[in-house]
Ligand binder design. Structure first.
Ligand SMILES: Nc1nc2c(ncn2[C@@H]2O[C@H](COP(=O)(O)OP(=O)(O)OP(=O)(O)O)[C@@H](O)[C@H]2O)c(=O)[nH]1
Length: 215
């Protein structure tokens, strides 16, 4: 299953095991943050997940941590409005608010954008941002915006393609090629895409191993 996608180098068994162990224990919710002064102390490494509303972020975090109700999967785009902190092993896993939602009031969007910007550019322990992109839709303008912000903030990021079970063959290849081309313009980006399906579990052990390998 893990070998189906040649994008990232397949982790070694020992790396897979380290990744499994990192998420084998209890993943606990720490807090939802709405302002910079609410962030927990920057006392350990953290990684975070960013993506457009409905990209499948909650589903991915649930699959990663093996806890169904942890990050709520919802069909109502844009309902996750806080920076949510979780602990997994000795790291923080951070769930950023989904961006690009159409119906939220402008003032609300602006407040989130400000928080997002401040967080991404001012968190010393943030080691990597995983930018989620729906395999069916490819990178949209809002994804480009966040990737440019990450470039400017010098925060390295890696793209996770979500819902790859919805595409196959040439359609999947075309989507990947387009995303790779988009990434080539971003100096802070890792070139390799991580392909995932939370529904099928594809790519989840690999993602765990990648996270465990970040130091
Ligand atoms: N086929 C398929 N559907 C998925 C997958 N991951 C998520 N979905 C579906 O996509 C929709 C959105 O998933 P969520 O995980 O709630 O998305 P989100 O990005 O957290 O959404 P917000 O809460 O709006 O930010 C749901 O209907 C999920 O069931 C996947 O890997 N495959």
């Amino acid at each position: 299953m893990e070998m189906r996608f040649p994008e990232v180098k397949a982790p070694e068994p020992a790396e897979l095991e380290t990744g499994r162990l990192l998420f084998a224990g209890e993943t606990t919710f720490v807090k939802g943050v709405v302002a910079m002064d609410g962030l927990p102390p920057a006392d350990r490494m953290e990684i975070c997940f960013a993506g457009r509303s409905n990209v499948g972020k909650s589903s991915l975090i649930n699959a990663l941590t093996g806890r169904k109700g942890l990050a709520r999967a919802s069909n109502t785009p844009g309902r996750t409005q806080e920076i949510n902190y979780f602990t997994a092993g000795d790291i923080y896993v951070v769930d950023l608010p989904g961006y690009g939602f159409a119906n939220a009031p402008v003032a609300v969007v602006e407040k989130w954008q400000r928080l997002l910007k401040n967080y991404l550019s001012g968190r010393p322990t943030l080691r990597r941002v995983f930018v989620l992109i729906d395999a069916r839709h490819g990178a949209k303008a809002v994804d480009e915006e966040i990737m440019s912000l990450l470039d400017r903030s010098a925060v390295t990021f890696q793209v996770i393609m979500t819902k790859v079970d919805k595409l196959r063959g040439d359609a999947l290849e075309a989507s990947l090629a387009k995303t790779r081309a988009a990434l080539a313009k971003h100096p802070a980006a890792f070139p390799e895409l991580i392909l995932t399906s939370s529904e099928k579990g594809d790519g989840i052990p690999t993602l765990r191993a990648i996270i465990a390998g970040i130091s």
